[in-house]
Write a protein that binds this ligand. Structure first.
Ligand code: GLA
Length: 430
């Protein structure tokens, strides 16, 4: 990986390179596909005291248990690689040298030891800090310490930094802070994925500049925190489709919109709603960061989160984010262009009453008319895997979707003739 972006080249070449470097995503070579892993926040927060409830508090023991399970239960092997600490890991003050230090009750062996353990399992460690004076939970912020904190994290062997925006001060300080931390991480020479909340904190005051944000961040939160509730997942989807014209094009290899954690395997979502969350997070090319308890997850939720076909859609190398193409009554139709001219299609039933409902649509509608032209093979991926066979361009497709559920399809265009009329593009009955 070339973090230096052309160090050592003659000045003119360097200038040209600097111009081209500034045009695309953050040039640290990381997050070429949306990062996958586990993040403690939604499920574990920081409410529980370790003396009272050692098994449910944020501690090195909890992270080591999760690391063990990520390996033994097959999470790592399907791609969940980053094990991420969120807020409340810190001691309330910096040490004498001004360095951040972990809470000695929660992490008595220190973060370096935990990172070594996590690395020994073939996983990567994520940590949390804040651009402002204090984190959202009131622990020391990084303002004024960007270089020192980046060096501390690199020295510990951290692989990902979630950088929150609470207590950011002014919009100028917010932007400066994210840029400075991005540079500081790059200067360490260690590969550290940079996760930002810059647009989330900026949006109430002015429109975020995504061209700039993607030059500094590997992924970024736009909208409110996810909760373990269908209402929260719905709000995130509504916000995303409403704002898709300004955010979808910003995503691509190296930089992603982050609709927040997957809450699958917890308490608040029905089975169909869990299917919807995973299907739509795949369509949105979202980082797949689970926040659940891997010690107590149902086999059904585990199988869903480990579904290789869904993960392949999420991780598609073309790196294009999907979008909603229509909303008809209570149905939403989303599509995502995939590599090789394929498309992922999601049909979401937003009706919250009654039983399964049929949605009939024309494939001629999809991919600006190209997704199934002249024909395509269709694979249903969720809620169950089914081969729907070959389909021609104009024939209607019918899917039956449970209330609040989603049917996720993959469509691969084919030149195969469906009708023996010598005309591939326009089948018999046209
Ligand atoms: C903010 C973030 C959350 C979480 C908390 C921690 O609300 O958006 O994802 O990190 O802070 O305090």
């Amino acid at each position: 990986m070339d973090r230096s972006c052309g160090m050592g080249l003659p000045v003119l070449l360097l200038l040209l390179l600097a111009l081209s470097c500034s045009a695309g995503a953050l040039d640290n070579g990381l997050a070429r596909t949306p990062p996958m892993g586990w993040l403690h926040w939604e499920r574990f927060l920081c409410q529980v005291d370790c003396d009272e409830e050692p098994s449910r508090c944020i501690s090195e023991q909890l992270f080591m248990q999760m690391a063990d399970l990520m390996v033994s239960d097959g999470w790592r092997d399907v791609g969940y690689q980053y094990l991420c600490i969120d807020d409340c890991w810190m001691a309330p003050t910096r040490d004498k040298q001004g360095r951040l230090q972990p809470d000695p009750n929660r992490f008595p062996s220190g973060i370096r030891k935990l990172a070594d353990y996590v690395h020994s399992k073939g996983l990567k460690l994520g940590i949390y800090a804040d651009v402002g004076n204090k984190t959202c939970a009131g622990f020391p912020g990084s303002r004024g310490y960007y270089d020192l904190d980046a060096d501390t994290f690199a020295g510990w062997g951290v692989d990902l930094l979630k950088f929150d925006g609470c207590n950011f001060g002014t919009l100028e300080l917010l932007a400066e802070g994210y840029k400075n931390m991005s540079h500081a991480l790059n200067k360490t020479g260690r590969d550290i994925v940079f996760s930002c909340e810059w647009p989330l904190y900026e949006r109430p005051f002015r429109k975020p500049n995504y061209t700039e944000i993607k030059q500094y961040c590997n992924y970024w939160r736009n909208y409110a925190d996810v909760y373990d509730a269908w209402g929260s997942v719905k709000n995130i989807l509504d916000w995303t489709s409403y704002n898709q014209d300004s955010i979808v094009d910003a995503a691509g290899p190296g930089g992603w919109n982050d609709p927040d954690m997957l809450v699958i395997g917890n308490f608040g979502l029905s089975w169909d709603q869990q299917v919807t969350q995973l299907a739509l997070w795949a369509i949105m090319a979202a980082p797949l960061l689970m926040s659940n308890d891997l010690r107590q997850i149902s086999p059904q939720a585990k199988a869903l989160l480990q579904n290789k076909e869904v993960i392949a859609i999420n991780q598609d190398p073309l790196g294009k984010q999907g979008y909603r193409i229509t909303k008809e009554n209570h149905f939403e139709l989303w599509e995502r262009p995939l590599s090789g001219g394929a498309f992922a299609i999601a049909v979401l039933n937003r009706q919250e009453i009654g039983g399964p409902q049929a949605f009939v649509f024309s494939t001629a509608f999809l991919g600006s008319g190209l997704a199934c032209n002249p024909a395509c093979s269709i694979q249903q991926i969720l809620p169950t895997s089914e081969d729907l066979g070959l389909h021609n361009w104009v024939s209607p497709l019918k899917v039956v979707v449970n209330p609040t559920g989603t049917v996720l399809l993959k469509m691969v265009v084919t030149e195969e003739k469906l009708f023996d009329n010598g005309n591939k593009r326009f089948p018999e009955f046209l």
